[in-house]
Write a protein that binds this ligand. Sequence first.
Ligand code: NAD
Length: 497
Amino acid sequence: MKTIGHLIDGQTQNNESRAQDVFNPATGEVSKRVALASKTTVEEAITKAQAAFPAWRNTPPAKRAQVMFKLKTLLEENADKICALITEEHGKVLDDAKGELQRGIENVEYACSAPELLKGEHSKNAGPGIDSWSEFQPLGVVTGITPFNFPAMVPLWMWPAAIVCGNTFILKPSERTPSSTLFICELAQQAGLPAGVLNLVNGDKEAVDTLLNDERVMAVSFVGSTPIAEYIYNTANSNGKRCQALGGAKNHAIVMPDADMDNTVNALMGAAYGSCGERCMAISVAVAVGNEAADNLVEKLQGRMSEMNVGPGTDNQNDMGPLITAQHFEKVKTYIDIGLEEGASLVMDGRNLRVDGHENGYFMGACLFDKVTADMRIYQEEIFGPVLCVVRVDSMQEAMDLIDAHEYGNGTCIFTRDGEAARYFSDNIKVGMVGINVPLPVPVAYHSFGGWKRSLFGDLHAYGPDAIRFYTKRKTVTQRWPSAGVREGAQFTFPSN
Ligand code: NAD
């Protein structure tokens, strides 16, 4: 059986003593294995990345961007193969994988503008005969640790920006979905990236801890669940590294009584159940304002849910594929039991779904809970499955108070026809990414992505302008070239104009 290895210094490599199974979630079968890097392997990758840094740092940004232009073309030419690999290991529907890849490519396009983004700032005559400028220098070796649910897009949030800024990179992708991520890094070599600039190590905690504890690694970008994000952030910080760690979510949609209910229901269907609910921006709570809106919402959702197709992601007719692993399937199922015990009303139960020919796949149908309250675990915790909770409130302010009190603050949205209400909501809600009649307000590549509260540890958001700041350090130079023969006396007062 094939074992997926690493990419270190431009070479694929695999001589690990440890490996783990990679499953096809639509069949429940092991399709390949993935090598788990030892400390020695990760240290070798760091050594190679460090060796590649001086030359890459001094490569003109326009030349670095040329690699990104070529990579964009290669990603588009190989899109079908990349998406097939995503679907085989993640389970999401092919068209959904295409959407993910497209959003990843947009980050490569953004990286193509490196020369413009790295121009810096200049002030002539900051003082008499004195010029001053600020430039943005790369940090050195930086790393990215990524989750299973966007194996193409989330790594592309990180390394294109990091390397066009002149850094060298070590990527540690999810061990559950390794193939598309590795293939994309191989395409980057094909696009002309020098060996050692981008390295990929597959692995688990041992690999991550080596990256966090090695003093040659200057910065860490992480995307994954909140407990691990917090651990990464605290460890990286205590080791003196710059860190941004994006965590989990519980994203609420407020449904106002004046909302266009048919459009709202369509939007919520995709946002709650697309990718089987395994998106950090998935809507997992719909907060209906007023019982009339709630009854209407639940009735229309039930109608649309009964028309859903669930099956293998290789068939684009399906709306939803399987969950990622058998363990995750059991976890989501347990949450349904918990919700019932807590007294929520399960109006659609997807637990006993059977997909013919795929009896061993991790398929679960869409589930809908009504009359969920804030004290319930199914409300408080991230389920990361096809489960939507409806909470009933009496006013928009009550809905906003709920959202503000929640520990997560990744994304949120409001469905309404009232511009004043929408403006008040976006202005005041304590959440990082806000949609107005837009259910998944994932920022485009030239804005930045990040939640608030326990959805992000760190200051700077992912990709876009914040990424350029994150992957560079500012240096400010002040210069004077006195005219020949001019002698100046010693000045003991603090220099000022
Ligand atoms: P995860 O936290 O289990 O794993 C993420 C990464 O951390 C993987 O590379 C994994 O190998 C590594 N890891 C896992 N346990 C570790 C440990 N004990 N020590 C060191 N490293 C460890 O997350 P996941 O299940 O792959 O992804 C789903 C989670 O990611 C969800 O919580 C989801 O909300 C979140 N997510 C967040 C965003 C965002 O932008 N905020 C985006 C996508 C996913």
